[in-house]
Design a protein around this ligand. Structure first.
Ligand code: DOR
Ligand code: ZN
Length: 349
């Protein structure tokens, strides 16, 4: 429901989040738990979360970082490597530990060194996942040095994703954080029961020129990198369409400020503290506030075969200024997305 100053919707979920570990995790989990009821937790720790025991312990550490009285469920993922044992994934899924498996092409992004070097190496694992209905979450970028960084997602579709979906016709796949018109079009032409896509808030707001506006802006650098305006507009159209294939995944990816503002800055944008507010802003600009609930709260659970959350949250029109800096403990700080900017909507709670 929405009037001009208030939007109510089922409590949303984040289908793609990075929580890190230690002090950083303590600093960022409360923001996500305040915004969302559940989050798919990315496994790209160092070392990565590859087995049941590591995932169970990581889940416990995350739960211990959730503020008292806040209802939040982390949904854990396994990090796919060339050596992943299909039996361990089956057991992890049966025990309710693994909600999905994350595929990072080796070298594609932050902490992806242990990722998959060749999709052929994991075909037996993917066959097991297909059989048991365990979703594969894909970071869809090729890593070939000769492919331009702005083309890596589109090339991934042709070289890897399309053949893979053909070879494993009922494997459930989420094309994560899509950034191109090609990706949106590819997903739109797919079977909604087995192919979905997450869309971040930041990719709905920035294009590649924004990364260089008046100087280099490390806090707008992430992977996949933001693309041309035509792609941002295609993402906006998809996200606000109400189409069940597209759902919310922030890819909130905190890195301490000094690691972003560096000669070789880390990829990742910290969006959790502003996520629902930014999505609401975009949906309002697109005249689609009535589609926000489907994108944020209904389409994701449906794809994962889960119930939507029962309780509701409200966003109110109450302008606020995003802080420039957030304490991340241990003498470190975080610069959130939209730092210093004023947002129209505020999530109540
Ligand atoms: O920008 C990104 N940051 N993209 C990813 O795929 C990983 C993430 C991170 O872990 O920092
Ligand atoms: Zn991510």
């Amino acid at each position: 429901m929405s009037d001009t100053n208030r939007i109510t919707l089922r409590r949303p979920d984040d289908w793609h989040a990075h929580f890190r570990d230690g002090d950083m995790m303590q600093a960022v989990v409360p923001a996500s738990a305040q915004q969302f009821a559940r989050a798919i937790v990315m496994p790209n720790l160092v070392p990565p979360v590859t087995d049941i025991e590591a995932a169970v312990h990581y889940r416990e550490r995350i739960m211990a970082a959730v503020p008292k009285g806040v209802d939040f469920t982390p949904l854990m993922t396994a990090y796919l490597t060339d050596d992943t044992d299909p039996g361990a994934l089956r057991e992890g899924a049966e025990k309710g530990v693994f909600s999905a498996v994350k595929l990072y092409p080796a070298g594609a992004t932050t902490n992806s060194a242990s990722g998959v070097t060749d999709i052929k190496n994991v075909m037996p694992v993917l066959e097991t996942m297909q059989e048991i209905g365990l979703p594969l979450l894909i970071h869809g970028e090729v890593t070939d040095a000769d492919i331009d960084i702005f083309d890596r997602e589109a090339v991934f579709i042709d070289r890897i994703l399309e053949p893979l979906l053909g070879q494993l016709p009922s494997l459930k796949v989420v094309f994560e954080h899509v950034t191109t018109k090609e990706a949106v079009d590819f997903v739109a032409a797919g079977d909604a029961s087995r192919l979905g896509a997450t869309i971040t808030a930041h990719h709905l707001v920035i294009n590649r020129s924004d990364i260089f506006k008046g100087g280099i802006r490390p806090h707008l650098y992430c992977l996949p990198i933001a693309k041309r305006e035509v792609h941002r507009l295609a993402l906006r159209k998809a996200a606000t369409s109400g189409d069940p294939r597209y759902f919310l995944g922030t890819d909130t990816a905190p890195h301490a400020r000094h690691l972003k503002e560096a000669a070789c800055g880390c990829a990742g944008i910290y969006t959790a503290p502003v996520a629902m507010e930014v999505y609401a802003h975009v949906f309002e600009e697109e005249g689609a506030l009535d589609k926000l609930e489907a994108f944020a709260s209904l389409n994701g659970p449906k794809f994962y075969g889960l119930e939507a959350n029962k309780d509701e949250v409200a966003l109110v029109r109450e302008p606020w200024t995003v802080p420039d800096s957030i304490d991340a403990g241990n003498g470190q700080t975080l610069t959130p997305f939209m730092a210093g900017e004023t947002l129209d909507w505020k999530l109540q709670g």
